[in-house]
Design a protein around this ligand. Structure first.
Ligand code: PEP
Ligand code: MN
Length: 258
C-alpha cells in the first residue's frame, strides 16, 4: 500500500504526551453557544438552553476575524467577562478565541480554555504566550493546514511549555463546495483511534448549515469524539455572526430529548 500518511503521523505522535483519557465509555464533551458574544440577556438565554442540552462549556467569540470589513467584529476582549458571568450562572466553563498576546492577561481571568482560531494556527508568538498561561489550549486546524502541519503545531505548543492541548477539527477548503469546510472522515477516524491528544470537532464551521450541524453532533458522539463545538442561538435570525449556521435552541433541545 502506498504511504498515505498514517505512518508519518504515527511517528509524530511518539513525540506527543498521551493525554487522552483511555475510557471506552467516555462521553463526548459538548461546548455550545453563539458564534459571537452578544448582549448579556441573549447570551443568558442561549446558555440556559446549552446547559439543558447537556453542554458543559459555553462557547462565544469576543473577537471575530471577519472576511468583510464592516461585519460585526465582536464586543472585544471585554466580552469575555460577559461570557464568564453568564456561564457561571449555569455552572458552565468557558471557551473562547484569543487572537492577540496583549489580551491574555484579561483572557486568563475569564476563560477556561484558550482557543486558537483557524486563522491563527501559525501565529507562533500567540501560541508561545498562550502556552505560558498554564491554561489548556484548543488548537483549531489552520485553514489550509495538513493534518501533519496541525499536529506539528501541537508539538510546538508542548515545546513552549503547554501542559494540555486540545485539537479541534473544523474542516478545510476543498474542491467541493456543498458544505462550508470539508472534514476527511477517514483521517478523523484514524486520529480518534491513534492520536494521543483529545480531538474535538467544530460541527458548525464544517457544516455551515444548522440541520447538518445538528446531525453531525450525533455522528461525533457515535465516533466517540472527545468533544463537539456547535453554534446555537435562541433566535438565529438576529444572530450577529454566522446566523445561517446557528442551530436553533428549540431544535437542539427536541433532539437532545429523543
Ligand atoms: C469560531 O469557532 O468562532 C471560528 C471563527 O472558527 P474558525 O477559527 O475555525 O474559523
Ligand atoms: Mn462562527
Amino acid at each position: 500500500m502506498s504511504d498515505v500518511g498514517y505512518q508519518k503521523l504515527r511517528e509524530l505522535f511518539k513525540n506527543l504526551p498521551n493525554s487522552k483519557i483511555n475510557n471506552s465509555k467516555k462521553e463526548t464533551i459538548l461546548a455550545f453557544g453563539p458564534c459571537a458574544i452578544e448582549e448579556e440577556s441573549i447570551v443568558t438565554e442561549i446558555a440556559e438552553n446549552a446547559a439543558k442540552a447537556g453542554a458543559t462549556y459555553l462557547r462565544g467569540g469576543a473577537i471575530k476575524l471577519r472576511t468583510r470589513f464592516g461585519s460585526f467584529e465582536g464586543l472585544g476582549p471585554s466580552g469575555w467577562k460577559v461570557l464568564h458571568n453568564v456561564a457561571s450562572k449555569y455552572n458552565l466553563k468557558t471557551v473562547s478565541e484569543v487572537t492577540d498576546h496583549d489580551d491574555l492577561t484579561l483572557a486568563v481571568k475569564y476563560l477556561d480554555i484558550l482557543k486558537i482560531g483557524a486563522r491563527s494556527m501559525w501565529n507562533f508568538r500567540l501560541l508561545q504566550e498562550c502556552a505560558s498561561t498554564g491554561l489548556p489550549v484548543m488548537l483549531k486546524r489552520g485553514l489550509g493546514a495538513t493534518t501533519y502541519d496541525w499536529y506539528s503545531t501541537a508539538e510546538r505548543l508542548f515545546a513552549y511549555g503547554c501542559k494540555e492541548v486540545i485539537m479541534c477539527e473544523r474542516g478545510l477548503a476543498s474542491i467541493d463546495s456543498v458544505s462550508r469546510n470539508s472534514i476527511d472522515l477517514s483521517t478523523l477516524a484514524f486520529l480518534l483511534e491513534e492520536s494521543p491528544l483529545p480531538l474535538w470537532v467544530d460541527v458548525s464551521h464544517t457544516a455551515g448549515e444548522p440541520t447538518v450541524a445538528l446531525n453531525l453532533i450525533d455522528i461525533c458522539k457515535l465516533l466517540r469524539a472527545d468533544g463537539v463545538i456547535a453554534e446555537i442561538h435562541t433566535n438565529p435570525a438576529i444572530a450577529k455572526c454566522d446566523a445561517a449556521q446557528a442551530i436553533p435552541t428549540a431544535n437542539l433541545l427536541s433532539r437532545a430529548c429523543i
